[in-house]
Design a protein around this ligand. Structure first.
Ligand code: SF4
Length: 201
């Protein structure tokens, strides 16, 4: 295991940003919940939460990449200021930006952060994970009250602001009905994308 924090990593032609290792969910299907912070060959454990400058200074030449994705084993919107600053820097190079989020940013910050994100983020992928609050609670173990409804509200806001909104749920989770999740996503005007356990990127 490396002692050096990984602030970014590559999957195919995209650059993934690892700016936060905290989240307010304890998803039962997440490798982090089982104590594993590994994605492909990268150990995404962070010794400390990096500043925007530390991440920006560590970046490779951005011109060769198709997209910058804010992802990692943590919720990027918990570090909203850092995320926005890095994304703004990346946009100067004309590179596309995407945020993978649990959709709980508005609940955490107790305000609507979607317009602020939309200034620097082109597309979002939001984890719905279940067709109802009960199953969401079972699989994601949210620490915040009304989390499932928070995700719905975030999707509703997001479709008005981003060029592309994807909503995801994982195939094969006990009781999760992928078709119902798809219906929910499409009713909001989002694109539904099924995901598969242990597959990142
Ligand atoms: S929100 Fe993401 S990082 Fe956090 S436990 Fe769930 S899947 Fe893992």
């Amino acid at each position: 295991m490396s002692n050096v924090d990984v602030y970014w990593y590559e999957i195919r032609n995209s650059l993934y940003m690892n700016v936060c290792n905290r989240c307010t969910l304890r998803c039962q299907f997440c490798p982090k919940t089982q104590g594993c912070n590994q994605v492909h060959q990268y150990d995404l454990s962070l010794g400390k939460q990096p500043s925007a400058n530390e991440v920006i200074e560590s970046l490779p030449d951005l011109l060769g990449y198709k997209e910058v994705v804010f992802c990692g084993y943590g919720e990027p919107t918990l570090r909203l200021k850092v995320l926005v600053e890095i994304a703004r820097y990346c946009k100067k190079f004309g590179i596309k930006t995407r945020l993978n989020t649990d959709g709980l940013g508005n609940l955490v910050h107790k305000r609507d952060i979607v317009p602020e994100l939309a200034e620097v983020i082109d597309s979002v992928s939001i984890s719905l994970n279940a067709q109802n609050a009960e199953l969401y609670g079972k699989h994601c173990k949210p620490q915040l009250k009304s989390a499932y409804y928070g995700v719905h509200q975030f999707i509703r806001r997001a479709v008005n602001y981003f060029n592309e909104v994807r909503v995801t749920a994982i195939e094969g989770l006990d009781g999760v009905d992928i078709n119902e999740c798809k219906e929910i996503a499409e009713d909001y005007g989002a694109i539904f994308v099924p995901r598969y356990l242990d597959k990142v990127g």
